[in-house]
Design a protein around this ligand. Structure first.
Ligand SMILES: [Fe+2]
Length: 313
């Protein structure tokens, strides 16, 4: 099921569909100026919390999520540290309740990325609403109709993006809109395991919204991924899994679990800890790992331009 908005005005090809699930969703891009955008370079954003009304504020102290996104968009499109071929938002794309107007504004604000030849992928968070998103996406891409019943697993939006150096698995941990905890569910975890088993030869990078419960005691992490243990059971021994990217906590943090890089993408909208940056993350895939560069809205933030070179297990 596509949760992807392809670049506009560019020639591209899709690598195929299978039982309603689109695999190899990445669209190789040829720019009008014969510029080929790299499939090794990605922009990661999270918790954009875009409201329908561009002037609406949120968080404490109050900020305008659209204003933040515009600043980040300018930085991404400047290509100052490299031009991404794709962009992934790891959930909480819209304000709080997943309203139709929120998605209209969200897609309008992301159109400049698509106009620049960048494929844009949205992951669902606990403040998203699948059907509202799909309706808006169908309108934006000119499809007559789009609904989540087309997916093999009902009420989940997930996909695989195949690129030369890694496969990205976009997962859906939205359990209920405006309800904090997340859940993959057994069906999606089995799908993930099966798809990983058929792609053993290439590094796998998993992306979803919710943070794992690192305490292994969900009572202590009520807002985290409720089926963390089952998730880890599926990925621990599948050595092609190299990284898990997530948002939700509005925090920039990396750590390792069983050699897997756990990367917490910070929010572009409000923060819960005032020392955290409002930022996006520039990812460059390498043959044996990846490098991450944090790009803060505030260039004076101590983490701005922090570069992490992370080797694959
Ligand atoms: Fe959020």
């Amino acid at each position: 099921m596509p949760i992807t908005l392809p670049p506009m005005n560019r020639r591209r090809f899709m690598t195929g569909t299978l039982g309603g699930i689109v695999t190899g969703l990445f669209h190789p891009v040829w720019g009008a100026e014969s510029e080929i955008l790299s499939q090794d370079i990605w922009a990661f954003l999270s918790d954009t919390h875009i409201p329908g009304d561009r002037n609406k504020t949120g968080g404490t102290p109050a900020i305008k999520p659209v204003e933040h996104l515009v600043k980040i968009r300018t930085d991404v499109l400047s290509g100052e540290i490299g031009k991404p071929g794709g962009l992934i938002v790891s959930g909480d794309c819209v304000y709080l309740q997943g309203l139709p107007d929120d998605y209209k504004t969200l897609l309008e604000e992301f159109a400049p990325f698509r106009n620049a030849g960048i494929s844009v992928h949205f992951v669902m968070g606990n403040h998203d609403n699948r059907q509202a998103f799909l309706n808006a996406a169908a309108q934006s891409t000119g499809e007559s109709k789009s609904n989540s019943s087309r997916t093999k697993i009902p009420n989940r939006l997930y996909s695989i993006i195949e690129t030369p150096k890694a496969n990205f698995f976009l997962l859906d941990s939205l359990e209920k809109t405006n309800h904090t905890p997340g859940l993959f569910g057994e069906e999606q975890l089995q799908w993930l395991a099966d798809e990983l088993d058929s792609r053993k030869d290439k590094p796998a990078i998993l992306v979803a919204h919710h943070n794992p419960d690192y305490s292994a005691n969900i009572v202590k992490a009520p807002g985290a991924l409720q089926d963390t243990a089952a998730f880890f059971d599926r990925i621990r021994e599948r050595k092609q899994v190299k990284a898990y990217f997530y948002g939700h906590t509005h925090t920039w943090k990396t750590l390792r679990m069983n050699g897997i890089h756990m990367v917490n993408i910070p929010a572009t909208a409000w923060r819960f800890d005032q020392t955290q940056p409002f930022a996006w993350v520039f990812l460059k895939l390498k043959d044996n790992g990846m490098s991450l560069t944090l790009r803060s809205i505030d260039s004076e933030h101590p983490k701005h331009n922090e570069v992490l070179d992370l080797a694959w297990r």
